[in-house]
Design a protein around this ligand. Structure first.
Ligand SMILES: [Zn+2]
Length: 432
């Protein structure tokens, strides 16, 4: 019998596996798992706990007194808990390191928008400025626990910068595979953190496949999103943070920027667990928001068929032609009575501008897609103003200056004398 408090369960065939069969170098279901180039992963694994036992011990009032952004306060729901003496020593180290990795506690905010009160979860102020820190942290701690010092990740940018930053803090080596066209801010972040950066001539799907191939060849622990089950597991913390920050009252709908579909699957896992534990009754409806220039999840939900079409959206973080977590993501949409919506790149940039001007938060285009999706469903009459909606703001705007330059024009430069002269005439608009 396994001494672990969790198991791996295949999302496709339903078989369960003890951690000894999976860790450290298996990631997909040993029975039906399959990785193919430019295709969604088959047999992705999900981590599960003994929910009946946890539920019988669960105290809702005590749980609600925990702080958002501090995952170590409920270690029984993470696959890191000590089971041996060595692990106990590790748990002590992990806890002290986790405490220095706390996410901001005031991530939940709201603003008045076209007659509605819209909420948001602001992940732009995480350690490396993106939602991906939630997954990277768990993966890096697992690598430490397994005694592995090198981790590889393929990324559009944020997952890589996130892993690179966290590896820098933990003294681990990060191997990061990214498209050569990665936004400037993200590339500089990677180099600054001291990661080994491999720029791939091609798109994210190409970087995903070569990164995975090289990680397997060299025996590096792998953080490719959707492939390593801990990437899905790590992202569930957003559901817990929403639950805790809103004092147990979760929204009706959550708008999720969607590329590979892992945030969607992770968020669904978190809300599903909260229900299994008897902490909430209904799952929020999840909405996958994609760009029209990278809409594989929307198409799959509509037709039930996957067709590879390269993604070309300006919102690089959701630019995935082959969403690796496609099957779990669409399952999450179906189980929550959710939906998927594709928006234009122009509406994403307009939403980015509006968020900056109305909330003071500068988010990257992928993050702004959540607002564009919400506004589209409002305009189409699919939802009304009284729906309690929450938008995920998944990445900081300064990571991609080129996208900002599309609408934030550089002001003119003048000498002090020129400004003095210009502003002495009150009828003149100084910006002309
Ligand atoms: Zn399977």
């Amino acid at each position: 019998m396994s001494s672990f408090h969790y198991i791996y369960k295949c999302s496709a065939c339903g078989l369960t596996w003890p951690p000894e069969r999976i860790e450290p170098d298996r990631y997909l279901c040993p029975d039906c798992g399959k990785w193919q180039k430019q295709k969604p992963l088959e047999g992705a694994l999900r981590i599960e706990y003994d929910y009946a036992s946890l539920r019988s011990r669960m105290d809702r009032v005590r749980f609600l007194s925990l702080s958002p952004g501090r995952m170590w306060e409920y270690p029984e729901l993470w696959p890191l808990q000590a089971t041996t003496k060595t692990d106990e020593a590790f748990a002590g180290i992990a806890r002290s390191r986790l405490e220095s990795f706390a996410l901001p506690q005031n991530q939940l905010g709201a603003w008045e928008l076209d007659g509605a009160r819209v909420e948001f979860l602001d992940d732009t102020r995480n350690l490396t400025g993106s939602f991906k820190d939630r997954a990277s942290l768990l993966v890096a701690l697992k690598a430490l626990q397994l005694g592995i010092r090198e981790i590889s990740a393929s990324s559009t940018g944020n997952a890589g910068t996130s892993l690179a930053g966290i590896c820098a803090r933990l003294g681990l080596t990060a191997h990061i595979w990214v498209p050569a066209a990665i936004p400037q801010g993200k590339l500089l972040q990677l180099v600054a953190y001291g990661a080994r950066v491999y720029l791939v001539a091609g798109d994210y799907d190409t970087a995903f496949d070569i990164g995975l191939e090289m990680a397997m060849k060299h025996g590096w622990y792998n953080r490719n999103t959707g492939f390593n089950p801990l990437t899905i597991e790590g992202k569930k913390s957003a559901a817990y943070d929403i639950f805790l920050a809103s004092r147990g009252s979760v929204p009706d709908m959550v708008f999720v920027p969607t590329g590979d579909g892992v945030i969607l699957a992770g968020l669904h896992k978190g809300f599903w667990e909260l229900r299994e534990l008897g902490l909430i009754e209904t799952l929020p409806r999840l909405v996958a928001v994609q760009s029209e220039r990278g809409d594989a999840v929307c198409r799959y939900l509509r037709t039930g068929k996957f067709e590879y079409i390269p993604a070309t959206t300006i919102a690089d973080s959701i630019s995935a032609g082959a969403p690796r977590n496609l099957f779990m993501a669409t399952q999450a949409l179906k189980e929550t009575n959710g939906t998927a919506v594709a928006v234009s790149d122009e509406s994403i940039l307009a939403a980015q501008r509006r968020i900056a001007r109305e909330t003071g938060l500068l988010v990257e285009p992928a993050a702004a897609s959540s607002l564009a999706g919400y506004l589209k469903l409002r305009a189409d009459g699919v939802i009304s103003a009284d729906v309690r909606a929450l938008l995920l703001f998944t990445g900081h705007g300064l990571k991609d200056p080129a996208a900002l330059e599309r609408w934030a024009e550089r002001p003119p430069s003048r000498t002090a004398d020129e400004w003095r002269k210009l502003l002495s005439d009150k009828s003149t608009d100084a910006r002309d």
